[in-house]
Design a protein around this ligand. Structure first.
Ligand code: DSN
Length: 426
């Protein structure tokens, strides 16, 4: 077969784009070369429906070992009793938990998407808002912090079966113990979606959700710096609270319900090549180097936030505990949409985002979200954050001046030459 130069040329162009730009999308990162190599392997050819040691296909002896390695390493990272590494994405991981514990029409409670929450926590356009009856809590207008009083009063009023915590645009830590307390009071289970801060939690730089939340889900490609994918974990397995029995009349354990919800519930064959890459990434996370990386992520985020504040930018909640920050641009007279558009012209990638109590639509938005996991992987330290904030400010304050934007793009491209990405790729 002739090599498909059309596609490979585009892949090469994407490599060059990643090399030359400043990547500030909070949910993105750069995997190690070995994680990427593990992803492009012959295991993509293998069907392996089921779980290690209990598959529906022959010839799974080897993929059983990579999947088991991924499971064992993930359990070790977070010190947990149960892990499922098969979800294709974070959205699939959340869907599997919902399928395992909810019936259609059951009430759920999550952080409003417009306040920093996630689509899969009950948004009207997502299965989680269509199949179940979603209710929401928000943040306090004055502080930008999670409104735990509202969460508690909503929980008491709507008696959700599942409470979601976790967010995609919230820069502060969570009080998981407080959420569990009200969940126990109203008979709800708690799902912590740690897709964003998982790497910081893995290295104990943020509160751990594991002792308080029944289920923890994550993606593997954000702060965990692995391949694109999802995972589900439980600190401790427990008997399902609804008395569901298996064919032998035994009460089903939650681990059994979760495994069945992933396969055959919402997925077919697992992506064994991606699971191999997850195993490699989990090995990297267990190293001391990964602790140094996460510490640098936190230092960079704090240095960036301080530099933005100094230039008069309004960061929601005033700063950050984790790897990201959400900026309300209204005092700078530029929308999130316009900011995203002009920044990308200068090879700076970030995404527009609604801010709490936004008066603009999700397509326009008043805010922009910045995250540092990707630039920290590239080698940025605190002292580089001033440059990053200066170039962003220059673009945003001269958003209609093509000459300034073109000059900044040159500055950005020259600056990035000192941080070589994938030198082995030539
Ligand atoms: N798309 C992810 C993010 O950017 O945060 C959430 O799914």
């Amino acid at each position: 077969m002739q090599r498909d130069s059309l596609v490979f040329d585009l892949i090469r162009k994407e490599l060059e784009r990643q090399r030359h730009g400043i990547e500030l999308i909070a949910s993105e990162n750069f995997t190690s070369l070995q994680v990427m190599q593990a992803m492009g392997n012959v295991m993509t050819n293998k069907y392996a429906e089921g779980y290690p040691g209990r598959r529906y296909y022959a010839g799974c002896e080897i993929v059983d070992q990579t999947e088991q390695l991924a499971i064992d390493r993930l359990k070790q990272i977070f010190g947990v009793e149960y892990a499922n590494v098969q979800p294709h994405s974070g959205a699939q991981a959340n869907a599997a938990v919902a399928l395992a514990v909810l019936q259609p029409g059951d009430a759920t409670l999550g952080l409003d998407l417009s306040m920093g929450g996630h689509l899969t926590h009950g948004s009207a356009v997502n299965y989680s808002g269509k199949l179940y009856q979603p209710h929401f809590y928000g943040v306090v207008r004055e502080t930008g912090l999670i409104d735990y009083d509202m969460l508690e009063s909503q929980a008491r009023a709507v008696k959700p079966k599942l409470i979601y915590c976790g967010a995609s645009a919230y820069s502060r830590d969570w009080d998981y113990a407080r959420i569990r307390k009200v969940a126990d009071e109203v008979g709800a289970l708690v799902l912590a979606d740690i897709a964003h801060p998982a790497g910081l939690i893995a290295k104990k730089l943020l509160n751990s959700p594991f002792e308080h939340c029944h289920f923890v889900t994550s993606t593997t490609h954000k702060t965990l710096r692995g391949p694109r994918g999802g995972i589900i974990m439980m600190n401790k397995d427990f008997e399902n609270p609804w008395g569901l029995k298996d064919v032998k009349g035994n009460i089903r354990m939650m681990s059994n319900l979760l495994d069945m919800a992933v396969f055959p519930g919402i997925q077919g064959g697992p992506l064994q090549h991606v699971i191999a890459a997850k195993a490699v990434a989990f090995g990297e996370i267990l190293s001391d180097e990964f602790l140094v990386y996460q510490q640098q992520v936190q230092k960079n985020a704090q240095a960036m936030a301080a530099a933005f504040v100094q230039k008069g930018y309004h960061i929601i909640s005033g700063g950050t505990d984790n790897h990201l920050m959400l900026i309300d641009l209204r005092n700078k007279n530029i929308s999130g949409k316009k900011a995203e558009q002009v920044l990308v012209q200068a090879d700076i990638t970030a995404n527009k985002n609604m801010v709490p109590f936004d008066d603009k639509s999700a397509f326009v938005t008043s805010g922009i979200r910045f995250g540092v996991p990707a630039i920290t992987t590239r080698g940025f330290k605190e002292e580089h954050m001033q440059f990053v904030v200066n170039v962003i400010d220059n673009v945003l304050m001269n958003a209609d001046d093509a000459n300034v934007i073109s000059a900044v793009k040159k500055q950005v491209n020259a600056f990035m030459e000192q941080f070589i990405l994938y030198p082995e790729m030539g």
